[in-house]
Design a protein around this ligand. Structure first.
Ligand code: ZN
Length: 117
């Protein structure tokens, strides 16, 4: 899936970045890797610290280590829902799995990526 990250349209699967000079309508709907259905997906997934299988069949890729005071950068399928989540209770959400399950409940069911600061 292609998302705008730090001003660059970036493929969340293979990390390919399109030129910032391109306008929105010049960015393809699907990256080349998605159209060609390459195995790049699995390579990229293995770089995540945790991969959560969502209830709706999707996956949430988690990056970083959980600290007591971690904030989380949340990237959703719907980019309008992207944001920072800072309300983790480390006693309740101990692991990445707990965090993913909790955010799936309270934040959005289509979180594509989580990253700690
Ligand atoms: Zn790609």
């Amino acid at each position: 899936m292609i998302k705008e990250i730090n001003g660059y349209f970036t493929c969340t699967l293979c990390e390919y970045e399109w030129s910032a000079m391109l306008s929105d309508d010049e960015i393809p709907n699907k990256c080349k890797c998605e159209r060609e259905n390459k195995k790049v997906t699995t390579q990229f997934v293995t770089k995540a610290d945790y991969v959560y299988k969502r209830k709706n069949g999707g996956t949430t890729l988690c990056y970083g280590t959980l600290e007591e005071d971690s904030n989380f950068f949340v990237v959703c399928d719907n980019e309008h829902l992207d944001g920072v989540w800072a309300e983790r209770d480390p006693l309740k959400q101990k692991s990445w799995k707990d965090v993913c399950e909790h955010l799936e409940e309270v934040y959005d069911e289509n979180i594509e990526q989580l990253e700690t600061d």
